[in-house]
Ligand binder design. Structure first.
Ligand code: HEC
Length: 431
């Protein structure tokens, strides 16, 4: 009797006979249709019953394997805003629905998908930067990676609370990374050919002076908490690296970036601390090559976000801090790296890393023929660089220090510990 009452009192999370209208459609609307709708990046729509019914088993398989919705960080290793994860109950509903034959239920009861507006989600940006010209993406062939230089024309320093990216053509724009260049390095790269922008595969092709984050389909734009801002120094260029995925026909794109300034100059500046290892040499066939990078921070910093970055041989990246007492502070852990799904992960709570702590990064690579993404068949030795066949070992950590100057100091202290003096000179001169 007691157990009966208990059973009745607890709402059944997975109904005995889930149907599309009442149980499945709300899950697909919440987690999938932002990308799975016409004219978007996903290969098919999941907006109506028929779309979902004919793929019911496939949907179950892909969600059970954790491949969709795409979200790479391990869920229990640090907590991030806007995590795209299905709960066990939601997965259970999908599985049971497919098992009993994917019934429709009363379709009149199905919720309406939200109206997707192409307008700016955070309101009108303070500054809108647009690609200098339309870029033509070929119908087929390899993915295209290209950086575009967008001068800001700012006459004074500003602090940025958020960016919002508006893809000109969502069918082909796979993701975008937004860097800052105060040294005119990107303009030099751009001047090398007549076409707008310049080609680099993985990153911007130079060490940026800062960054404003990234965008991938389904990303939710978000303002930094009050009082925080990223520095956009006067005269800086914004450099947007676009990753285009050919759609089967020739497409054109002219994307826009909206910038939202902080209402008042931010008291705390969020700066970029690059963790990197330049001396990568992965012999052909090596299955689990590791780079281990660490440095000690001279002052207490607070971590706001992480942007892990590797190329096609990358398999796993784990970034953490270890306090002088030996306590581990989890930052980000991507166990199944996929170059197609990289993002800037914003911590739910700022993570304090006390002075004297070590930041530790481990990255693993698979340069064997078993890696389906290996760009070389047969595998070839891979070293640091910007080409498809090169590799990178990099994680941008967004931090707040005591003051804006201290970020530059922490950055230099960190770089000195991670690279040789000769390499430091090369990095600082933009090579
Ligand atoms: C952030 C965008 C995004 C979201 C959210 C998303 N998908 Fe996808 N989905 C894609 C893209 C893009 C592909 C094409 C393959 C790729 O690039 O990984 C894809 C592919 C798929 C595939 C085919 C996989 C294959 O191997 O061919 C299935 C099935 C799928 N998605 C189901 C879902 C379901 C179910 C959800 C929600 C629970 C979902 N997706 C959420 C973008 C998304």
């Amino acid at each position: 009797m007691i157990s009966l009452i208990f059973c009745l009192a607890v709402p059944l999370a997975v109904p005995v006979a889930p149907n599309y209208a009442e149980h499945v459609a709300p899950i697909l609307i919440k987690h999938c249709v932002v990308c799975h709708r016409p004219e978007e990046v996903a290969p098919f729509s999941l907006l109506n019953y028929e779309d979902a019914r004919k793929r019911a088993n496939f949907i179950v398989q892909i969600t059970q394997e954790g491949r969709m919705p795409p979200w790479k960080p391990e869920p229990d290793y640090n907590q991030f805003h806007d995590a795209r994860v299905l709960s066990d109950d939601e997965k259970g509903v999908l599985a049971k629905w497919a098992k009993i034959g994917a019934p429709s239920g009363d379709l009149a009861k199905a919720p309406k998908p939200p109206a997707f507006e192409s307008n700016w989600q955070l309101g009108k940006p303070d500054l809108i930067l647009e690609m200098p010209a339309e870029f033509t993406v070929p119908a087929g062939g390899n993915d295209v990676y290209r950086c575009f230089v967008l001068p800001t024309g700012l006459k004074e320093d500003r602090t940025v609370a958020a960016i919002e990216f508006e893809p000109g053509n969502a069918r082909v724009v796979h993701h975008a990374l937004v860097f800052l260049d105060q040294r005119g390095l990107a303009r030099k790269l751009d001047a090398k050919d007549a076409e707008p922008g310049f080609a680099t595969f993985g990153g911007p092709g130079f060490l940026p002076t800062g960054g404003l984050g990234g965008w991938a389909p389904g990303s939710t734009p978000r303002r930094l908490p009050e009082g925080l801002g990223r520095m956009l120094a006067k005269g800086s260029d914004v450099v947007v690296q676009m990753h285009y995925h050919p759609s089967g026909k020739t497409e054109k794109d002219k994307s826009k970036l909206g910038i939202y300034f902080t209402p008042k100059p931010a008291e705390n500046i969020v700066g970029l601390l690059p963790m990197l290892s330049r001396d990568i040499r992965i012999t052909a066939g090596e299955k689990r090559y590791n780079r281990h990078v660490e440095f000690t921070v001279p002052e207490t910093v607070r971590v706001v976000a992480m942007t892990p970055h590797m190329h096609l041989l990358g398999k796993e990246m784990k970034v953490r801090a270890i306090t002088p007492e030996g306590r581990e502070i989890p930052l980000v852990w991507v166990k199944d790296w996929n170059f197609n799904w990289q993002d800037t992960y914003m911590c739910k709570e700022q993570v304090e890393v006390p002075a004297g702590s070590k930041f530790v990064m481990d990255a693993w690579y698979d340069n064997s023929a078993d890696n389906p993404l290996n760009p070389s068949t047969p595998p070839k030795e891979a070293v640091w660089g910007e080409q498809t066949t090169n590799e990178m070992c990099l994680c941008f950590i967004s931090i707040i220090g005591k003051n804006p100057k201290s970020i530059a100091e922490v950055r230099m202290a960190a770089l000195r510990q991670m690279v040789t003096p000769a390499m430091l000179l090369r990095i600082l001169s933009g090579n």
